[in-house]
Write a protein that binds this ligand. Sequence first.
Ligand code: HXC
Length: 509
Amino acid sequence: MDVLQELETRRQAARLGGGENRIAAQHSKGKLTARERIELLLDDGSFEEFDMFVAHRCTDFGMENDRPAGDGVVTGWGTINGRLVYVFSQDFTVMGGSVSETHGQKICKIMDMAVQNGAPIIGINDSGGARIQEGVASLAAYGEVFQRNITASGVVPQISLIMGPTAGGAVYSPAMTDFIFMVKDSSYMFVTGPDVVKTVTNEQVTAEELGGAGTHTKKSSVADAAFENDVEAIAEVRRLVDFLPLHNRDKAPVRPFFDNVNRMEASLDTLVPDNPNMPYDMKELITKLADEGDFYEIQEEFAKNILTGFIRLEGSSVGVVANQPMVLAGCLDIDASRKAARFVRFCDAFDIPILSLVDVPGFLPGTSQEYAGVIKHGAKLLFAYGEATVPKVTVITRKAYGGAYVVMSSKHLNGDFNYAWPTSEIAVMGAKGATEIIHRADLNDPEKLAKHTQDYEDRFANPFVAAEKGVIDEVIMPHATRKRVCRAFASLRTKQVQTPWKKHDNIPL
Ligand code: HXC
């Protein structure tokens, strides 16, 4: 009986982490504890803990007298809507969640198991960084985690929740994961903190301005989404996991759906305005195509000229990439290319089909774009689409001009189904620009120029030239788009592609 009692006593002590006072301090910052977060993340009662009694081995600075059970991180596995996931959750109440040799080993253990058993890794980060008392042993622990992030990349989905400080080299583990979610006002990520920044560059900046959720979702694009509090962020991770396969040889789950596959959407026939320069909201098209109108957007606050995220069609996950005419007329720029390229690569790595909705007038001109390397960054999206072997269905709603036409999952990049609405204009460029080049001699004759422009529009401002050449498979009615796209993806479920052997590609990073 005594040993049973001892187990229970030890468990209770471990569950208390850094103790009541530090738990209260954590709560007073609006943050949940490591265990509360896991409880919310996983299905009720599904959490199985590993290494609850692991303690550090440091004997410097009197550390041998302070060896809390668990060593500042709670690890284990459980389920999200019945599906296996591995999780680690740093416990800020224990030495600030700092990473010791043994803390790192606990994380590595569940990462190894996740890869071997083929299930996502969800990391909850809330840590003061490397355990200062341990020196290089702590850096080594980070290094071991980094290597596992790299090995796991493309094998199992990796999701990071940033729910407190994440600073210095510690940011590079989440940075290599597939998705990063932050919590507003209580989380930050930076390589060097405000004090170092002040010393080196003389810039005065708060932690929030330097690396808060706003900075990383709107400016740097390091994070994919920001939420009001821990509870909301965790709920959204559960939703995201539902869209994903458990590993790269698994299929994303097919969910029951309560929507008609053949649903006609008459309103789509008037979505594209008569005036080609008038914007419209591409999100409306996405939600009207999706099962039950559900669109899980990724990087909503960054590069709003392109939309990325997940929907379901007939219950199956589909990644959507769509130009947004409401922002910068939907043109591609560096930020949009990077955002969409990473999303396309994620979908391809995890066998999630890709739907591309195209209304793109071209790449954004300007010195700022050229100097910052729009050539290389634009090539990322081109490359990502071209290398993707998952089912690819494309619908051109209006403009598909120039290089951007080719980039956006065109037939030439092995698009499987390339549809166009009757409102499509597939051309090297817009009519005005084109006539001003072809008919330069008539530049000072507005009447002639207008006629040339009209001629060009009659010839190219439609999908039929492209359809005659077979680079558009079919011109479809906007109202029937859901039905056509669902049928297309259904027919591609058995798609197989052979590619030549290579060690790996050399995407223009
Ligand atoms: C050991 C640490 C610690 C750390 C915090 N603690 N960070 N212990 N190593 N890195 C301890 C504190 O001593 C304190 O212990 C408890 O955790 C809570 O910390 P507070 O400072 O009281 O909390 P708060 O005021 O909220 O400030 C949080 C903080 C601050 C901003 C994170 O603690 C801090 O600046 N810590 C040091 C950060 C740092 O420089 N880390 C190394 C970064 S370099 P008590 O017993 O008093 O409660 C790095 C490199 C990684 O991480 C490289 C990877 C390759």
